[in-house]
Design a protein. Structure first.
Ligand code: ZN
Length: 377
């Protein structure tokens, strides 16, 4: 077993990371790849390998702490709002300048580094230009172009590709004991995104939500049903986002209350309780802003599923020999393919992409999605 097992179909990247662990170290790395290619999974595995005595065995306490995000020498940065500000970055840079608590390295893993504001990027640049001797920066972004040139030119870039479904399926079979047919269907539906594939194969409610998204093309036939489909799509994404954030929120609050010693008595308790109220308010603000981001990301994921469905329709219409993402929706696919033209399908894909773009411009989700479903008719 190794921490790199999770990285399905990324042999070239894994061999470079392994040799870096063995010796040739660089202080700044940039993991890029499209959504679902596993860039943060790769960065996390690399962090584990750097901090593990055995090069990333996957089972020792250090490896387990990295997986849980609790390792003392791992600073895990995940922008919780829509952007990452300069104050947060300065705090981070200060912490990153320290020495590791126990091991060889202090690893800073910065997910979604493309969400840095411009001033935050400047603060980050300084830290990467003059790294502390035992600090390693791991940045993740969709593509190198998402970071300013000055930062990306100082990083060693690891480019991940979307792994083939068969590679994802074999990880699900071997690591999660999922039945091969179900694993392959889930891997195809998740288009290479291993976490999503695992959820689809193991969580019935995730599978039900995907089915709801994919029923949109069948429903959107005239104005009334198109509007209803839009409302359902937005609600589905909101429900999914809510279930994700609820699982995170309560344990965080619980941990905070414990840290402030809630329930204890004695000297200083009243003062500590006042401090806790402020910290709790801070945490709630961050959770709220995270909820907004998760909601937006979830809706975007649903739209990508929808685009993939129409891509499949186009493949059927053109008779191309390409693997279908939604082979399990075969009858719907073929019905829609035979009832329309490739030009119409392309127009629909464009409508989905335009909707995604409008959402990044902060158009109200329901409005943007309604406009899209009407174009799908
Ligand atoms: Zn280990």
């Amino acid at each position: 077993m190794s921490v790199f097992d999770e990285l399905a179909g990324q042999d070239a990247v894994v061999s470079q990371l392994r040799s870096a662990v063995a010796g040739s170290m660089t202080h700044a790395w940039l993991f890029t790849g499209p959504p679902g290619s596993g860039r943060s999974v790769a960065a996390r595995a690399f962090a584990a390998a750097l901090l593990c005595e055995f090069g990333g065995c996957g089972v020792c306490p250090s490896c387990r702490q990295v997986r849980a995000g609790t390792h003392a020498d791992l600073l895990l940065v995940r922008p919780e709002g829509l952007s990452y500000g300069v104050k947060q970055t300065r705090d981070l840079v200060l912490r990153a300048a320290g020495a590791p608590a126990g091991g060889r390295w202090l690893v800073v893993l910065f997910e979604d580094a493309d969400r840095c504001t411009e001033q935050a990027a400047n603060a980050l640049l300084k830290a990467i230009e003059e790294p502390a001797p035992r600090t390693v920066w791991l940045l993740c972004a969709p593509s190198p172009e998402d970071l300013v040139t000055t930062i990306r030119s100082r990083c060693r870039v690891m480019t991940l590709r979307v792994p083939p479904s068969s590679a994802v399926a074999s990880v699900l079979v071997q690591r999660d004991g999922i039945d091969p047919d179900r694993a392959l269907a889930a891997a195809r539906a998740a288009q290479g995104h291993i976490g999503r594939a695992r959820r689809l194969a193991t969580d019935p409610s995730a599978a039900a939500r995907r089915a709801a998204v994919l029923s949109v093309p069948v429903q959107a036939t005239s104005l009334g049903p198109a509007l209803a489909a839009a409302a359902a799509l937005v609600k589905t994404a909101e429900d999914e986002a809510k279930s994700v954030t609820e699982q995170l929120d309560e344990p965080e609050k619980e941990a905070l209350r414990k840290a402030f010693g809630e329930g204890s008595t004695g000297k200083g308790v009243a003062k500590a309780m006042r401090g806790m109220a402020g910290a709790l308010k801070d945490l709630e603000d961050r959770q709220k802003s995270r909820a907004t981001r998760v909601k937006r990301d979830t809706l975007d994921g649903a739209l990508l599923d929808l685009a993939a469905f129409y891509r499949d329709v186009l493949i059927v219409q053109l008779g191309a020999d390409v693997e279908l993402a939604n082979a399990d929706q075969d009858s719907d696919l073929r019905r829609i393919a035979s009832g329309s033209t490739p030009e119409a399908t392309l127009r629909r894909i464009q409508a989905v992409m335009r909707c995604r773009e409008r959402l990044t411009l902060n158009v109200a989700p329901l409005l943007a999605v309604e406009e899209m479903t009407i174009s799908l008719c």
